[in-house]
Design a protein around this ligand. Structure first.
Ligand code: ADP
Ligand code: MG
Length: 407
């Protein structure tokens, strides 16, 4: 295992629980690995793909993600291909698959239900099924995709092939649902540490948003991201922050011309002091280890979203801050939106919102609340969040918060 890790990937060692996951998988045992973003989930199926007899079939929700993975796998000399509607060389890929010339085959979930795809698998040798972004199979997850439900019959048609489900964001509900939906035994659950000790969490009621954000931008000279809820708010904050702080500040949202968006993103990635004001459209797949602060001008969608968005700070391990300014109106609007979604999802969405409210209004260590949400048993204090650093006066703030939240 270690030799392949070094020879194929050029890594000197495993990180976190990677070796536990790989060890189970190459011994034919189905597994659900819950590991934070950036923890190295891909390796846990790519390494077995090289070591095992047969091809590892990887289910992935987005063609763009697949193509990224494909490039990096091929760069390591792994024989990989994608089978999607966007590929014109599907015939050649299927031939290579049948001939046992592929280590990895990436497919979209909707393909799983097609009879001819099952027939294709029956004419080839499959060594492992990897299901990336496995929370998509659960209605409890934040990104349910009905196509993921089609996987189970396909997996069951190959009972001897182990299954490896991977996700970064799964609370205990979603986790047990993934195990049940994909037919993975409870003992197959492996959870990596979610703690990001170098991130200092601060969550404050919004008073004067512009003044509060300005202070964050001025106190943190390194690269930073300010998340705002709407495109209009992004434009407005970017302009005002640039004017009032004198720093280089650019906007990013889905309404911008793709060329400008790409240019702003590239400028941010290359910069050592730029601020990006963005909607949540910004951040996925961006590799910038030295982001020093992430500020939220309003509430994120859930604790999972909060963790993921703040997690873009301090990937290099250096001290970084995550600051959120929230208002009772954020929660009121979110509760209104609940009424507009499909009835069968309302309960889980309401629970997600309640969990987020719990994090916002707690007088306890923020990190402890976050980590417990992800199923860990943290220490009671972390010495690196607002509640641990300034416990005095917290009672008042919490009291105000509670009144606002229940209003
Ligand atoms: P995830 O899917 O969990 O978000 P990735 O699989 O995309 O994470 O990996 C994140 C980064 O970590 C990649 O750049 C990858 O090359 C790197 N990486 C993974 N495992 C190791 C390791 N054992 N040693 C060093 N770098 C690693
Ligand atoms: Mg990944």
């Amino acid at each position: 295992m270690s030799k392949a890790l070094h020879d194929v990937f050029g890594f000197s060692g495993f990180r976190g629980v990677q070796d536990q996951v790989v060890d189970r998988v190459i011994n034919g045992r189905s597994t659900l690995a819950v590991m934070p973003t950036g923890a190295g989930k891909s390796l846990t199926y790519q390494l077995p793909a090289v070591l095992l007899q047969g091809t590892c079939v990887v289910v992935s929700p987005l063609i763009a993600l697949m193509h990224d993975q494909l490039r990096s796998a091929r760069a390591n000399g792994i024989r990989a291909a994608t089978l999607t509607s966007a590929d014109t060389d599907r015939g050649a890929t299927m031939d290579a698959f049948r001939a046992g010339q592929l280590d990895l085959l990436y497919i979209a979930p909707e393909r799983a239900s097609q009879p001819h795809f099952r027939e294709l698998l029956q004419t080839a040798r499959v060594g492992l099924f990897a299901i990336d972004e496995a929370h998509c199979v659960s209605e409890w997850g934040h990104d349910f995709r009905p196509d993921y439900r089609l996987l189970r019959p396909l997996l069951d048609a190959f009972p001897q092939v182990p299954r490896l489900a991977l996700t970064a964001t799964a609370d205990h509900h979603t986790r047990s649902d993934i195990l049940a939906q994909l037919g993975i035994p409870d003992e197959g659950l492996i959870v990596a540490g979610f703690d990001r000790p170098n991130i200092r969490y601060t969550i404050r009621p919004r008073e004067n948003a512009m003044r509060q954000l300005k202070a964050v931008v001025e106190e943190n000279p390194g690269p930073g991201i300010v998340y705002a809820p709407t495109r209009a708010r992004v434009e407005q904050l970017a302009e005002t922050l640039a004017r009032e702080t004198g720093r280089r500040v650019l906007p990013y949202h889905a309404g911008l011309d793709p060329e400008i968006r790409a240019r702003n993103q590239a400028a941010f990635v290359a910069s050592e002091d730029m601020v990006m004001v963005a909607t949540v459209a910004f951040g996925m797949g961006i590799d910038k280890p030295d982001v020093r602060f992430v500020a939220h001008a309003g509430i994120p969608k859930s604790i999972e979203a909060y963790y993921q968005e703040t997690g873009r700070a301090g990937r290099d391990g250096d001290p970084s801050v995550a600051v959120m300014f929230w208002g009772a109106d954020d929660f009121a609007r979110a509760r209104q939106r609940l009424a507009e979604i499909e009835p069968h999802r309302q309960q889980s969405e309401r629970q997600r919102l309640d969990s987020l409210a719990g994090l916002v209004e707690t007088a306890e260590c923020r990190r402890a609340v976050l980590l417990r949400h992800f199923g860990e048993t943290p220490a009671q204090t972390c010495s690196n969040c607002d509640n641990c650093l300034q416990p005095v006066g917290v009672i008042d703030v919490t009291d105000v918060a509670r009144k606002l939240l229940s209003a």
